[in-house]
Write a protein that binds this ligand. Structure first.
Ligand code: PRX
Length: 676
């Protein structure tokens, strides 16, 4: 792929113009305490030593039985890590810490309302609650090893308790982001064949108590229409003992967890001895087609990987107070609020609400009050905090030693504000590049070893060997030239397959560069991330954005097809096309172009109806910046919608030569409409 072509692809325009920045070095104070400072790690983790080097990660865990084989690639590219090994994730995140640390805080829960007290849940308390809830899942909801359960819950301590209780029983959890719509939840219920749905009645968001139970009722209804019956809905209460939703409970189906738990007080549930390759959870993510993909993550490989990343890249020590501001409903929250930090016996902060509620100082007050020293967030939040309160961090007495940015490329200017204002010039920053599919980090600097470079994620983390290929599969070795970033080797954190769809797994992530479909040799199966990237002289990678039809909004992936098919549900719509448009805080936003069926007048009400339909089906996160009702879509002579042209119009760019289109005149009409 040539540089010009990459600039033309949907998302990949953002960072290619950034100049190479100067290095920032970690302080000797940081290096002095860091978990990993010996550069020899990169020799140990060279491809020559693959896959055995990953035993170092597995040894961070407690196993009932050690593995027989580090990597089984007999079913490549579906791999089994630490094959034959047995362990339990809940045991590793809780039980094994009790002997020395039972009175230590595992979770600090910060409610959004400042007048409510912060809850500090010790490891012992977490143990008690997870056991009791596991007993409820087993005895009341009749869940057993291998079953799937859908969890649609907001940020609160009950969410990790629910996940860990599932893990204790070997039940595969599928957490749906709390802000997603009932319809998104229903799709995931159907795809994972869940007969149990777990929700919370209500939660606070920007000062409002939202009725969340409503979503459960709708989701169950939609799932039933698609043939999946949910027979049990477990309802946690935001205020235990009090119901905070207006939606009635349904007799025989809905159960108040807090009431039912009384039957299980004092219960202890022996953790299931899971095989390392047994699935731990599903996490759905957007792809190029409308249907979200259930990324299936295994137990031993995943947990070993996130524990190692938490230790060596997040540099978490047991005495740290660690706050990752992501939502547990995304992979970042799974790996870096719940499983990674708890596996290391850290104290992990869970904040219920909006980082800037009720004002731009809120995050820093939380940091001050809890004495947070490791902080983890995304560029979209950093941009918002910078815009709304550039001088706020200085007003509060907190000190971070380590900060993370994740989810999208970060502009060097924003990175520098993060470093100087939020980090007060004292914190190191890791820019971690990874995906839902990858379970943990792909690229990042090792903070005690490598210097930082604003705008660059850094080299592959120890054990990950990235490579950039052009479209023909030739390596792009020249620095600064963009291509498709791939990973040469498998790694333990990588997802095992797409739930129920091995062919799609192989096609989407491996087919492009695999020339021997029957090969059992991992070397024949480079992993395609779907991102464009460049590598610089020093081996640091800069990720430019997606090469497929995915838009990264506030660090979350939305499939353009997903949004388009939501629009097409509106009867009056004939054709829909979504393009990403640059946004100051969110990074990108979807712009939606609609051609109506003949004879239907374009009205503001109709545009609103289409926008509402998208929020209803996917969630507010997918709300288009604007719905443009256009006379016709610009099309090639073969009838393909030219999204590139629409993208250029939305971003006030140059549409290029459109004379070869079937209807070039419409381009000018649309341009006037949008750019006026
Ligand atoms: O395009 C890359 C971007 O986010 C995508 C993964 O999104 P998701 O699966 O939702 O996971 C988000 C949290 C890991 C990637 O394909 N991305 C992620 N991290 C970075 C990034 N782009 C640039 N720099 C990053 N640090």
């Amino acid at each position: 792929m040539s540089k010009n072509e990459v600039v033309e692809t949907t998302e990949a325009q953002i960072a290619v113009h950034w100049k190479e920045e100067e290095y920032y070095y970690p302080s000797s104070k940081f290096v002095g305490q860091a978990n990993l400072t010996d550069p020899a790690v990169f020799d140990r983790f060279s491809l020559d030593n693959f896959p055995d080097y990953y035993t170092e990660y597995a040894e961070l865990l407690t196993w009932y039985k050690y593995w027989d084989e580090v990597l089984d690639s007999s079913d490549a590219p579906c791999y089994k890590w630490f094959k034959g090994g047995k362990l339990n994730a809940s045991y590793n995140c809780i039980d094994r810490h009790l002997k020395d640390n039972k009175n230590k805080t595992a979770i600090h829960f910060v409610p959004e309302l400042e007048e409510e007290r912060v809850q500090h849940i010790t490891y012992q308390e977490l143990y008690v609650r997870v056991n009791e809830f596991a007993a409820l899942l087993r005895d009341t909801a009749k869940l057993k090893r291998g079953d799937r359960v859908t969890i649609h819950m907001p940020m609160g301590p009950d969410l990790p308790i629910t996940m860990l209780a599932c893990a204790r029983l070997g039940v595969i959890h599928s957490v749906v982001f709390g802000g997603f719509s009932p319809s998104a939840s229903a799709d995931r219920i159907v795809d994972s064949q869940s007969r149990v749905l777990i929700v919370t009645d209500a939660y606070y968001r920007a000062g409002k108590l939202l009725n969340h139970k409503f979503n459960a009722d709708e989701a169950v209804k939609i799932a039933a229409e698609q043939g999946q019956t949910v027979d049990t809905v477990l309802v946690w209460q935001r205020y235990p003992g009090k119901y905070s939703s207006e939606t009635p409970m349904i007799e025989g189906r809905d159960i108040f967890v807090n009431e039912k738990l009384k039957d299980h007080y004092g219960a202890r549930v022996e953790p299931e001895q899971m095989l390392s390759e047994d699935p731990l959870f599903l996490m759905y993510t957007s792809g190029t087609t409308g249907k979200p993909k259930g990324c299936q993550h295994g137990t031993g490989g995943y947990l070993a990987y996130v524990a190692a990343m938490s230790k060596y890249i997040q540099d978490i020590h047991p005495e740290d107070v660690y706050w990752c501001m992501a939502d547990i409903g995304w992979i970042t929250g799974h790996s870096f609020i719940v499983y990674g930090p708890l596996a290391l016996c850290a104290s992990s902060v869970i904040y219920e609400g909006v980082p800037t509620y009720p004002d731009a100082g809120r995050s820093w007050r939380i940091a001050q009050e809890l004495d947070v020293n490791i902080f983890h967030t995304a560029p979209t939040a950093i941009r918002a905090l910078r815009k709304l309160g550039p001088d706020e961090p200085a007003k509060y007495n907190y000190h971070f030693k380590h900060m993370t940015t994740v989810g999208e490329p970060i502009e060097p200017a924003v990175w520098k504000w993060y470093e100087s204002a939020v980090g007060k010039g004292e914190a190191i920053i890791v820019d971690t590049y990874w995906q839902t599919e990858t379970g943990g980090f792909l690229c990042s600097t090792v903070p005690g070893i490598k210097p930082m470079k604003p705008g660059s994620a850094g080299p592959g983390v120890p054990g990950i060997h990235p490579i950039i290929y052009d479209d023909e599969g030739k390596e792009v070795a020249e620095p600064g030239i963009a291509g498709n970033i791939c990973i040469q080797n498998p790694w333990p954190g990588m997802f095992q397959t797409i739930w129920g769809d091995r062919d799609r797994f192989v096609d989407t992530y491996f087919a492009m560069y695999n020339t021997k479909p029957d090969s059992k040799d991992w070397r024949d199966w480079p992993y395609l991330t779907g991102d464009a990237a460049t590598m610089s002289e020093d081996g640091y990678y800069r990720v430019l954005g997606r090469i497929d039809d995915v838009i990264n909004v506030s660090g979350h992936r939305l499939g353009t097809k997903e949004i388009e098919s939501a629009a097409l549900v509106v009867e009056e719509v004939a054709e829909a096309a979504v393009v990403p448009v640059a946004h100051e805080i969110k990074g990108k936003e979807p712009d939606l172009y609609i051609a109506l069926k003949p004879g239907i007048p374009a009205t503001d009400e109709l545009a609103q109806k289409i926008s509402d339909a998208i929020c209803e089906q996917i969630g507010k996160i997918a709300k288009p910046r604007k719905v443009w009702l256009v006379p016709d879509m610009p099309k090639t002579r073969s009838g393909k919608i030219m999204r590139r042209v629409l993208g250029a119009i939305s971003n006030k760019g140059d549409v290029g030569n459109v004379m070869t289109l079937a209807n070039p005149e419409v381009v000018e009409e649309i341009r006037e409409m949008v750019q006026k």
